[in-house]
Design a protein. Structure first.
Length: 237
């Protein structure tokens, strides 16, 4: 396992209410802590890229976010613009409705088109499966296989913005689970990494997912995780 889980974090600044100032504050924090990337909304890519220019922190963004239902053409255009404006990584959401309809040819075309558009501009793609909305492991495994065949750099558990219905009819936020991270790691080759995202709020959460095979973590709780890592290291020094 890496010596620091903080270095594996894609720090999320994706809430609808996040402002330019929120993005700038996140860039300052992440440059200080040394995370992998700052993940911002497409409209904030130019701002983050300008502020992080010359640093080791990557700019990542989201495509077809959060529900994956935009057309493939729209996703490709969004990818092209984001990469042109400074994004090095894109997290694209699969079309969940098409998956549940069994239209696998369309799902594969959608994934492949975004990966190719990003790759032509030197960017890598993470394919977001939104595992909490998929009713079976078979669907998750097939998506891992399709993503790998299409050339994805990562498969990712969740957007952090998905909601599933409980037995009582209420909605609960979905996110990364130990089961899904283990399943995804077991069903991708060594060329594909796994990103755990959604509900990762503490150092113990982050460490657990890394131990299960995740090599990137999506979270907005970066400051809390960094503090937990510092405490852990001090206690075990």
């Amino acid at each position: 396992m890496t010596d620091s889980v903080v270095k594996l974090i894609d720090h999320s600044v994706l809430q609808p209410t996040h402002t330019d100032n929120d993005v700038l504050a996140a860039c300052v924090l992440c440059a200080e802590l040394g995370v992998a990337s700052v993940c911002v909304k497409p409209s904030h890519v130019p701002l983050a890229a300008e502020h992080l220019r010359g640093s080791s922190i990557l700019v990542s963004t989201v495509i077809g976010f959060p529900h994956g239902g935009t057309s493939t053409g729209a996703k490709v255009a969004e990818t092209e613009m984001a990469c042109t404006q400074g994004a090095s990584e894109v997290d694209m959401v699969v079309n969940i409705g098409k998956i549940l309809s069994g239209d696998w040819a369309d799902v594969e075309r959608d994934i492949r088109a975004v990966i190719e558009a990003a790759g032509q501009r030197g960017a890598t793609t993470k394919v977001v499966l939104e595992t909490g909305l998929l009713p079976s492991d078979d669907l998750k495994v097939r998506l891992c296989q399709l993503s790998e065949a299409a050339g994805a750099a990562f498969v990712k558990t969740s957007t952090g913005f998905g909601y599933a219905k409980r037995p009582d009819g209420s909605l609960a936020a979905t996110g990364a689970t130990e089961h899904d991270v283990r399943l995804m790691r077991a069903n991708c080759g060594s060329s594909v990494q796994v990103k755990a995202s959604g509900g990762i709020r503490t150092y113990d959460d982050a460490r657990r997912f890394v131990e299960l095979g995740a090599t990137r973590l999506g979270t907005s709780s970066t400051k809390e995780i960094a503090a937990g890592e510092q405490e852990h290291n001090a206690a075990n020094y």
